[in-house]
Design a protein around this ligand. Sequence first.
Ligand SMILES: CCCCCCCCCCCC(=O)SCCNC(=O)CCNC(=O)[C@H](O)C(C)(C)COP(=O)(O)OP(=O)(O)OC[C@H]1O[C@@H](n2cnc3c(N)ncnc32)[C@H](O)[C@@H]1OP(=O)(O)O
Length: 184
Amino acid sequence: MTRSSLTTPPPGAQPPPAHPDAPSAGSTLGSHYSKCFGCGAGHPTGLHLKARTPDGATVEAEFTVGEAHQGAPRLAHGGVLATAMDEVIGMSVYLLHKPYVTGRLETDYLLPVPVGTTLHLRAWCTGIDGRKAYLEAEGRIGAPDGPVAVRAAALFIEVNMEHFAKHGDLAAIAAEHQDYEVNP
Ligand SMILES: CCCCCCCCCCCC(=O)SCCNC(=O)CCNC(=O)[C@H](O)C(C)(C)COP(=O)(O)OP(=O)(O)OC[C@H]1O[C@@H](n2cnc3c(N)ncnc32)[C@H](O)[C@@H]1OP(=O)(O)O
């Protein structure tokens, strides 16, 4: 990953220890919002990602590139792939048990991804520094150990629920979620 200094944890920043109330190893992670383009089951044209954590530290999901995701003919659009990376990283933040939003997302495209390909996505945290969470992700073609097609590095910023109340629709979030301490 050719991550920049902005997405590289500063010296001494470490991934956090597992939060006692975060999803445990083997858990499935629900959608944070039914209309989310990345994970909402109710979104008519979204990516419909469904994630799980095999170990309480990383998050995995699969994304099959469809007709609606093309850029060049029969090939995935890079922006759609970046969305998938943003979403799987966003889901990995569940494990930190706090609300975060994407501040910066960097993406490397290593291989073209044809329509019909299933990308095996994985995301993990590389360090925490105050409100800043440093995270990475990869998308592998066809299998969890397949060739890496996409890599991402991100800086997520911790926010409070007022962020969503001020700028968005907290009532819509509250209608679907009970635990406001968790990035749903
Ligand atoms: C439960 C609900 C559902 C939650 C649903 C969440 C689901 C996740 C879905 C996928 C994720 C998304 O797409 S989220 C949607 C896309 N993202 C957004 O809409 C975020 C828009 N941006 C913002 O609202 C703001 O810029 C924030 C919150 C990111 C930061 O604003 P702030 O709170 O005023 O904080 P600020 O002081 O500026 O920044 C804090 C520290 O981070 C650094 N920093 C901030 N941005 C950057 C950046 N782009 N690149 C480098 N560094 C940065 C600052 O230098 C500072 O470092 P230092 O001085 O402390 O060293």
